[in-house]
Unconditional design. Structure first.
Length: 119
């Protein structure tokens, strides 16, 4: 199983320090995204789209890069999705990554995060 590498693009609108992080094509064979480290960006949202084919997608966080936990939305619900969704991320962790499980052969999920540094 390969780790899906993320891409980072800076969003330059009105001088904001904002980035888009994308993990494209998480499949049942390549089910985990590489971790991104942007702890200075405390405002975070995640959008999950694509073909799930029974997959569950979770957004995970870690402060040591080894031990991962499922992150939550502001209401305390786990960010664990079986269909397209858009959620705010409650916790501020050093590392973030998506992970999938249970998907079939046609799974092809994209995870896109918006991260903004608050000044």
């Amino acid at each position: 199983m390969a780790t899906i590498q993320h891409t980072v693009a800076r969003v330059n609108t009105w001088g904001d320090d904002t980035h888009i992080v994308t993990w494209a094509a998480l499949t049942s064979a390549d089910a985990v995204g590489s971790s991104v480290e942007m702890p200075g960006s405390s405002d975070r949202s995640v959008q999950i789209t694509g073909t799930f084919d029974s997959a569950t997608v979770v957004l995970q966080g870690s402060n040591d890069g080894t031990n991962w936990v499922t992150l939550t939305d502001p209401q305390g619900n786990a960010i664990s999705k079986t269909a397209a969704a858009l959620e705010m991320v409650q916790e501020l962790t050093r590392y973030i990554r998506p992970s999938t499980s249970g998907g079939g052969a046609s799974q092809n999920v994209n995870v896109i995060m918006l991260l903004k540094k608050v000044r």
